[in-house]
Design a protein around this ligand. Structure first.
Ligand code: NI
Length: 170
């Protein structure tokens, strides 16, 4: 198990649309890869991590928003949002944009369909933080960061803050 380096804003892999995972082809490497992703997420104190954040262009992400403090580990392979409802507007951040937070409107509830670690399909409706995590991580798989979604003027301010912060990133 290895804590991987987290890729940062500006790196190409974060801007690239990830191709779907061929489950059977990935299966032999999946347990070790997921161990690294969980370890990397925990080490950075994140609630989600997408494969491009460890440099891999794959439609794969992990989420654990710890509802009621208990771990609920979700593995999302080839996830799709199949329904969305309502709106929430909370502060959002990203391990690939460390130290930068901004309020961002998102759907309040989303239903996701994906394959799990065992290759079996699952569906789950998330609300609140889980809904936000679903949207945020699936954005990563589409080559989008939360800062890309900010309204224009707010985005300019955040991009300035990123420019100042970048020299301190590893
Ligand atoms: Ni992120």
């Amino acid at each position: 198990m290895t804590v991987r380096r987290v890729t940062k804003h500006g790196e190409r892999v974060l801007k690239t649309l990830c191709p779907p995972v061929d489950y059977e082809a990935l299966k032999p490497d999946l347990p070790a890869l997921l161990k690294d992703m969980w370890a990397t997420m925990a080490s950075a104190r994140g609630v989600g991590l997408a494969a491009p954040q460890i440099g891999l262009s794959l439609r794969l992400a992990v989420i654990d928003v710890r509802p009621e403090g208990k771990s609920l580990r979700l593995v999302l392979i080839n996830p799709e949002i199949i329904a969305r409802e309502g709106e929430q507007n909370e502060e959002e951040g990203c391990l690939s944009v460390p130290g930068i937070y901004a309020p961002l409107p998102r759907a309040a509830r989303v239903r996701v369909r994906a394959l799990g670690e065992d290759g079996a399909p699952w569906e789950l409706t998330g609300e609140g933080l889980l809904a936000r995590a679903f949207q945020h991580e699936i954005d990563h798989l589409d080559g989008k960061l939360f800062v890309d979604r900010l309204p224009f003027e707010h985005k300019l301010k955040v991009l300035d803050a990123i420019k100042d912060a970048k020299p301190r990133w590893s």
